[in-house]
Design a protein around this ligand. Structure first.
Ligand SMILES: C[S@@+](CC[C@H](N)C(=O)[O-])C[C@H]1O[C@@H](n2cnc3c(N)ncnc32)[C@H](O)[C@@H]1O
Length: 315
């Protein structure tokens, strides 16, 4: 079957990966301790700049980011959304909505008002068609056997997906090398639009692995994780499946790397002077933890290369 369908069923089917598994048990993201607390601080700074009161977390996992957002500002409204029931350990007062998964959002995630909507590593797990250029230079849908992961080439890509590739993926056409792969971003664009439509007043921020037209991955970026390890991408429900996001095709006002975003938000902390530890050990350790977290979150070889796709004002 086409990758998009196999991927959807593997992650969000009745026994899909994300229905059974907490993302945090399989891979580390910037929302997990000790980085999450500092990421949350940056998000509140952005919410303040946009002059909104609350934050909505779409693809909230088990509420890791919401919990630290709440620690910073317990008086502010928070809402999470994921494919599972509200995690029981979530602090009281945080609302929750349940989605079908992938591009389909919760039917009752509506009329979001006076909020910054954050989607941290959501769009990379929204399944999309995968195509491969054949020997004649024609991009064809890649089909996959869900049990084994063995691939074959199907029908030529056509319609809006082909149009999307012509606009956004320059390896199509004269530059299309046989064997090169395309992760067709149209489903992600539509999912993002759907999310934006649900915001009555506020901003939206997608934070994700991403690329722009100048540096698309010629061999694709589809990857799988299980129990902290990278594994072969087999859509059998036993692993996470993710592909980087074509961020420039998403509606946006700004696209920054996370390193640039932190700089603009004034998220700096120099390594504290060890002499501080003599007179204020707790203060020294606190500043050391914050400066180490900022260094990791802005490392251009790691989380610092993540893209922040910002829509400033949706109304
Ligand atoms: C890669 S994990 C990221 C979790 C968390 N945001 C983080 O960064 O640690 C992707 C999460 O998005 C959730 N997800 C996928 N599609 C969704 C949808 N349509 N609505 C809400 N959550 C969704 C998955 O269930 C999963 O928990």
């Amino acid at each position: 079957m086409p990758w998009r369908l196999a991927w959807q069923s593997a992650l969000y089917g009745t026994t899909g990966f994300y229905r059974r598994q907490s993302p945090a048990s399989h891979f580390v993201t910037a929302t997990h301790p000790p980085l999450g607390r500092v990421l949350a601080e940056a998000l509140w700074r952005l919410a303040d700049l946009l002059e909104v009161s609350g934050i909505v977390d779409v693809g909230a996992g088990r509420g890791e980011l919401l919990t630290v957002l709440h620690e910073h500002r317990p008086d502010r409204p928070l809402l999470g959304c994921d494919v599972v029931e509200r995690p029981y350990e979530l602090p009281e007062g945080i609302s929750w909505r349940r989605s079908p998964g992938g591009a389909s959002l919760a039917p009752d995630l509506l009329d979001l008002d006076d909020v910054l909507v954050v989607a941290h590593e959501w769009l990379d797990v929204v399944p999309c068609p995968i195509a491969q250029v054949d020997d004649a230079g024609v991009p064809r849908l890649v089909l996959v056997d869900p049990a084994s992961g063995v691939e074959s080439l199907g029908e030529p890509l056509e319609g809006p997906d082909l149009d999307w590739c012509r606009t956004w993926w320059p390896t199509i056409g004269s530059a299309g090398e046989p064997g090169s792969r395309i992760e067709v971003g149209r489903d992600r664009d539509l999912a993002w639009e759907d999310l934006l439509r649900r915001i009555r007043r506020g901003g939206a921020l997608a934070i994700d692995y991403g690329h722009t037209a100048e540096q698309r991955p010629t061999n694709g970026s589809l990857t799988a994780y299980r129990a902290g390890r990278r594994v072969e991408p087999v859509p059998d429900g036993g692993c996470d499946l993710t592909a980087h996001v074509a961020v420039d095709s998403l509606r946006h006002d700004e696209i920054w790397t996370q390193a640039v975003a932190f700089d603009r938000l004034g998220m700096h902390e120099p390594t504290p002077d060890p002499a501080l530890a003599q007179c204020d050990r707790a203060g020294y350790l606190r500043r050391l933890e914050r400066s180490s977290a900022i260094a990791r979150l802005t490392d251009r070889e790691g989380f610092g290369a993540f893209r922040w796709v910002l829509v400033r004002q949706v109304d």
